[in-house]
Design a binder for this molecule. Sequence first.
Ligand code: 4NP
Length: 161
Amino acid sequence: MIRVLFVCLGNICRSPLAEGIFNYKIQSLGLEGRFKSDSAGTSDFHIGELPDERTLRCAAKHDIKINHRGRQINRTDFRDFDYILAMDDHNLRNLNSLKDRYNFPEKDIFLMRDFVPEWKGMSVPDPYYGGEDGFEEIYRILDVAIDGFLEKIKVTHQLYA
Ligand code: 4NP
């Protein structure tokens, strides 16, 4: 089982959408039995909450199903997940200090957009304080970045669908 965790700040916009898109793609590939996915936030701002309504509207528009409540990343996540994918540099820095604090020095944390060569170092922008179009933008970014991630791990894990 390959375990994938998507991480943003609030766990109500980017990471639940990323998880929904990822699940849609692995189902289309017939690979859902090979994966376990989840999402989490680095903050405790929205624990227990449903995703932002704009996230849910954007997901529904693209036929993506999301079934999630906000939660904050914890020590167990560093043990349990093979891939921890950060939406932006701020989350990446926080995750790297948590991994030191929780004593998982060997754990690699990845920046979501790094799986697309021409997007290296770029962030999935925080859409929280913007309008509805920001959610379409992150949908388009995540769609491409998750394809890049799947291409990479298809080789690593010999997933020939
Ligand atoms: P997310 O977006 O990290 O993509 O879930 C945000 C959600 C909430 C806040 C910031 C970003 N907030 O400040 O409450």
